[in-house]
Structures are given as structure tokens and as C-alpha cells.
Design a protein around this ligand. Structure first.
Ligand SMILES: [Zn+2]
Length: 187
């Protein structure tokens, strides 16, 4: 049984076919659309369709989408993705109706933490903390072998923990967030 993983970044949408051992069997990438709110689901669906067309029909049974942003606890709606300009965006349903497979949307650092816990540096550990450093700072927590999302699904968004009281303004709406001081975008 295979799944398709999609990583939505600020510049590219990368998608791959993954087997149950975490191996990537095939991949494609597309540029992230400039107007993400309108066309993002179309591009994700295009990538999924291309990968499915190369395999035996019925091989791929679900799609997981990872993206930098606050994703709600139902893993359906992107609450805020500052780099893509998305607010309250129902990405899961938009992708699901285009590809006809079950879809889960997850914060990209949560997805990275889960992958490290299952197949990477955290294998064999019950608890892991994963910090991803890129344009911003992402974080994921695996506690007792489960991904911990917290009350609103954003417990491990360490990049938006306030490090400096009354500090620099962050596009998330707060001031003094860690990623305004120590990420690829920090100045
Ligand atoms: Zn912030």
C-alpha cells in the first residue's frame, strides 16, 4: 500500500510516492503558484495525478500534505500560512475533491517530526523534539509515541514562541517571535 506525500514550500510543491517503510519511490515538483489561495489545490492535484498515472491503478490510497503554517487540530484548514498568504483556507477539502482520495493536511515540521520518530533520528525513542530551520523556524513534538498538537493544533510552533518581549513584529501578528531573530528570513 502506497501513499503520496506533498510538501508545499514557498517556492516549490514537491510530491513523492512513499512506501510503508518511508522510502520515496518516485517524485515530481512544480513551482508554488503565485496566487496560492486560488491555485494551490490545483497544483497539488496535478502533482498527485502525475504520480498516480505512472503507477498501477489503485496503488496509492491516501495523500498527506505538509506545509509551513498553522494547521487546525482537524488537519483540514490552514489557519495562517504567512509565506503563502493563506488565512482560514480549507485546503484538505479542496484537494480531496480534486483527487478523490483521503487527504490529511499537517504542519510541515509536525510531519518532519513524525518521519524522524518513525524512520530517522528519533527511531526507538518515545519522546522527540524536532526543530526545522528554513525560511522560518518550525517545530514538532512526539510524546509517548504520538504527535502532540495541543489544544489548537499549534502547540509546537516554536518559531512563534515569544523570545523577546516587545520585540520585532512578526507576520503572524505577534511581536518578538523566535523566527524573527534566528531563521533564514531573520535580519
Ligand atoms: Zn510569529
Amino acid at each position: 500500500m502506497l501513499t503520496i506525500g506533498v510538501d508545499i514550500g514557498g517556492t516549490k510543491v514537491a510530491a513523492g510516492v512513499v512506501d510503508p517503510d518511508g522510502r520515496i519511490l518516485d517524485k515530481v515538483r512544480y513551482p508554488t503558484p503565485a496566487n496560492a489561495s486560488e491555485e494551490l489545490a490545483d497544483v497539488v492535484a496535478l502533482a498527485v495525478r502525475e504520480l498516480r498515472d505512472r503507477r498501477t491503478e489503485g496503488d496509492c490510497v491516501a495523500v498527506g500534505v505538509g506545509m509551513a503554517g498553522f494547521v487546525d487540530e482537524d488537519r483540514a484548514t490552514v489557519q495562517v500560512a504567512v509565506n503563502l498568504g493563506l488565512h482560514d483556507h480549507p485546503l484538505r477539502d479542496l484537494v480531496q475533491e480534486r483527487v478523490g482520495l483521503p487527504v490529511v493536511v499537517e504542519n510541515d515540521a509536525n510531519a518532519a517530526a513524525w518521519a524522524e520518530a518513525r524512520f530517522g533520528a528519533g527511531r526507538g525513542s518515545d519522546h522527540i523534539v524536532c526543530v526545522t530551520l528554513g525560511t522560518g523556524i518550525g517545530g514538532g513534538l512526539v510524546l509517548d509515541g504520538k504527535l502532540y498538537r495541543g489544544r489548537f493544533g499549534v502547540a509546537s510552533e516554536v518559531g512563534h514562541y515569544r523570545m523577546v518581549p516587545f520585540g520585532r513584529r512578526c507576520p503572524c501578528g505577534n511581536h518578538g517571535c523566535w523566527e524573527q531573530y534566528a531563521s533564514g528570513r531573520a535580519w
